[in-house]
Design a protein around this ligand. Structure first.
Ligand SMILES: Nc1ncnc2c1ncn2[C@@H]1O[C@H](COP(=O)(O)OP(=O)(O)O)[C@@H](O)[C@H]1O
Ligand SMILES: [Mg+2]
Ligand SMILES: [Zn+2]
Length: 505
């Protein structure tokens, strides 16, 4: 007696179709799982056995073989509990076979309750593209499964409920497609930040063009506070971007049934003690790291010089390509990682260099060494450097609240609309991602600009990469102003953000 069911699997951040074949035959009672199962899948035997018994069914006294195909792909996790249970009960004629085109995933408790699975969205998308029509999933995973669209999603609470449904006694109502609750949750607002207008201006430019930015200033000057407010002025996620982000977060179990879809750009702030693997991703099976969790959003590296050099090195390729390659014996895994880098740093080890109080006790040499720890190629990939001075007392005590994030976001959105119109649907999504073609077509410099650029080139010893980066920022400043061409003031402002006095020393 053989029963074949559809299930799903996860490889990296992509789902794929799995066929679970359950065979009951005569012979010594035994329960075997084949098809490269990991330990969690092997342990399913105990959960399935108990759940079957505790839900009023009989565990067959037969030789049970479950094959998870394709047999050459490693199967991990607890999601095959449910398809195995259904397969065994159907093969033993204790439960009617489900309609063709249905797939099952879910972890079981010993009493037959279903527990949510990770990676629901990528698996649901795989089910959809494989032409399946119905998905039986743990009730808590159902909201996320509906995000794939085009599938009937049955939220299953427990085995008894599923049995009643398959027998046609009490049908399970399909899950309604999940829709975000508008205005749910709040993000910190720029209105809380007093003064610091030049920093806010730089952050507005960074947001408008998707540029990387670094803030340098003494402790307590508000660097972290300002960085955390950046997502509030970034453009809304498009539907495609939201699904991309959600898949990555889902695989790591970071989505919830209340909020299965990411509706805000991610803001990731890993601590400086993070490992290379934690940042870039890796492991076996390979899992995405912080740079992929920050995809379509912000990667905030607070106290940048405190990070291990090797850790920061892994940022280079993803910052150029918007994706990270993880090479393993078994092959190469590619995860998306197009993020905006926001870095914060103190000017020196003690933090107070340049502070009017004169509290810094570092020698010139020590100050140099502190920022010198950062590699040139990394510094080169940061488009805007902005100093965050300590606020004077009268500023802190007297200033009224600053401009709200909503007002700043309006200007950012307008500048992005200009970029979208210019690049079209197949072009880059913002100025920071302009390639050589767009740079050539959209960043032409007139005589005056060329002279300014020439002067800066000689003075600052710029590299070809920084030349392009300056052009991109100048383009964004022109877009914020609604100017078709880059003009001298736009270029001059862009250049000024490369000229931090701390870096020149
Ligand atoms: N411009 C500002 N307006 C209002 N509060 C500020 C400002 N700058 C700093 N603060 C206050 O000081 C605290 C410390 O700032 P923080 O962002 O942690 O500084 P940094 O990261 O530069 O060390 C903030 O949480 C905030 O309460
Ligand atoms: Mg801080
Ligand atoms: Zn110091």
């Amino acid at each position: 007696m053989l029963c074949t069911l559809n299930s799903l699997g996860l490889h990296g951040i992509t789902g794929y179709l799995v066929t679970a074949e359950c065979d009951l035959s005569s012979g010594l009672p035994n329960f075997d799982i084949v098809g490269l199962p990991d330990t969690a899948v092997k342990e399913a035997r105990e959960r399935v056995r108990s759940a079957i018994r505790n839900c009023g069914f009989t565990f067959p006294v037969s030789r049970i073989t479950v094959n998870l195909a394709p047999a050459d792909r490693r199967k991990g996790g607890t999601l095959y509990d449910l398809p195995m249970l259904v397969g065994i009960l159907c093969a033993g004629r204790q439960m009617p076979a489900p309609a063709a085109g249905s797939a099952f995933v879910g972890e079981l408790s010993l009493s037959g309750e279903l527990r949510p699975v990770t990676g629901m969205l990528p698996m649901a998308l795989a089910a959809r593209s494989a032409g399946l029509t119905a998905l039986y999933v743990p009730a808590d995973s159902a909201p996320e499964a509906t995000l794939a669209g085009g599938l009937t999603v049955y939220p299953v609470e427990n085995v008894a409920q599923l049995a009643a449904h398959l027998r046609g006694e009490v049908p399970i109502a399909p899950a309604e497609p999940w829709v975000p609750v508008p205005g749910n949750g709040t993000v910190p607002d720029f209105a809380d930040v007093k003064g610091q207008e030049p920093v806010k201006r730089a952050l507005e430019i960074a947001a408008a063009g998707g540029h990387n930015i670094a803030m340098i200033g003494p402790p307590g000057s508000g660097k972290s506070m300002l960085a955390r407010r950046l997502p509030s002025i970034l453009p809304d996620l498009t539907e495609r971007e939201a699904l991309e982000c959600t898949q990555i977060h889902s695989v790591l179990g970071l989505t919830t049934k209340e909020e299965p879809l990411l509706t805000r750009r991610p803001f990731r702030a890993p601590h400086h003690t993070i490992s290379v693997m934690g940042l870039s991703g890796g492991g076996s099976p390979p899992r995405p790291g912080e740079i992929s969790l920050a995809h379509n959003g912000v990667l905030f590296l607070d106290e940048l010089p405190e990070f291990q050099k090797e850790t920061l090195e892994v940022l280079r390729q993803p910052m150029e390509e918007g994706r990270v390659q993880i090479s393993r014996v078994s092959g190469t895994e590619v995860f998306p990682s197009r993020f905006m880098l926001v870095a914060a740093m103190n000017p020196c080890k003690c933090g107070w260099y340049g502070h009017p109080s004169g509290r810094c006790r570092c020698s010139e040499h020590e100050v140099k060494r502190y920022l010198g720890r950062l590699s040139g190629p990394l510094l080169d990939r940061i488009d805007l450097y902005v100093e965050v001075p300590p606020l004077a007392f009268d500023e802190l005590s007297a200033r009224p609240a600053g401009e709200s994030s909503a007002e700043i976001k309006k200007r950012v959105d307008a500048a992005r609309a200009v970029q979208t119109a210019r690049f079209g649907p197949d072009g880059p999504d913002c100025n920071a991602h302009m390639g050589p073609k767009e740079l050539h077509a959209c960043c032409e410099l007139d005589e005056g600009c060329r002279a300014v650029m020439q002067g800066a080139f000689d003075r600052m010893g710029l590299t070809a990469r920084s030349y392009d980066r300056i052009l991109r920022v100048a383009r964004t400043i022109a877009d914020l102003e609604g100017s078709e061409h880059i003009q001298v003031p736009h270029l001059a402002e862009a250049l000024q953000y490369r000229e931090s006095s701390y870096l020149r020393r």
